[in-house]
Design a protein around this ligand. Structure first.
Ligand SMILES: [Fe+2]
Length: 245
């Protein structure tokens, strides 16, 4: 029936298998504004397995004033989460990184040069959402000199990037990898961010996709984005580096 075809629902299951790895998540309970308890982490991880992921990088927040996490503590908690999902018979590989906010204490962190990096290679950083940091390019250059491959989290969400596209352009020219949030493509963060997320795709600037999942609300939005025709078409027609992780 032609009407059946017209109204055929898009199945979200398996949609993200092509990515294989989620590189951005907040699923270690009670260390930041992510999962509050194990049952949330378990729900999210098991549903993410159905969406097609086989590996998740845990990227808890590292901030100087907000979520002051400690690398060793995060590694310990990640192991506890691994045990918990194994006990619940969920098949998912969990690796550990961090999402480091470039704030006023960041340079001090650079002195010790201790970071949790994805595969010991990629350092995920984020900026303030509403205020540009002076000397971003110099800082990125110094980080690269220290041997880090830099991934910038959700560039489509920084308000000053909207008005000053020369900032992300410079970062791309410097070899910074960009990671967009999948939920940006579903409108979860608003229309402007949605528009920006496709602009980055069209510019060829998006190297990775990430869920940036915090809780069931994000999970719900993620499933809905996987049902979105335009997003699925974009996924079919572009390639990302997620499956190299
Ligand atoms: Fe995040």
């Amino acid at each position: 029936m032609i009407f059946d075809k017209f109204f055929k629902k898009i199945d979200p299951d398996g949609a993200l298998a092509v990515l294989k790895t989620d590189i951005h998540s907040h699923l270690i309970p009670q260390v930041d504004d992510g999962a509050f308890a194990y049952d949330t982490s378990i729900d999210c991880i098991s549903r993410m397995a159905k969406l097609g992921y086989s590996k998740i990088c845990l990227t808890s927040h590292f901030q100087t004033y907000g979520f002051k996490n400690d690398e060793d503590d995060i590694l310990r908690r990640a192991e506890e989460l691994r045990q918990t999902i194994a006990e619940n018979n969920i098949q998912m590989e969990l690796i550990v990184g961090g999402e480091y906010l470039v704030d006023s204490g960041f340079r001090k962190r650079m002195e010790t040069n201790r970071f949790l990096k994805m595969n010991d290679q990629y350092l995920l950083i984020e900026f303030s959402f509403n205020q540009a940091i002076l000397g971003i390019s110099e800082l990125v250059f110094e980080l690269q000199k220290l041997g880090h491959d830099i991934i910038l989290a959700h560039p489509e969400r920084y308000l000053y990037f909207h008005e000053h596209p020369e900032i992300p352009k410079t970062l791309k020219d410097q070899g910074v990898f960009f990671q967009s949030n999948i939920n940006s493509f579903g409108g979860f963060y608003g229309k402007r961010t949605l528009k920006e997320s496709y602009k980055y795709i069209n510019n060829g600037w998006t190297d990775f996709l990430g869920t940036d999942i915090h809780n069931r609300l994000y999970l719900h939005a993620l499933v809905n984005t996987c049902k979105d025709k335009k997003f699925r078409k974009m996924l079919d027609t572009h390639s990302f580096l997620n499956n190299t992780i």
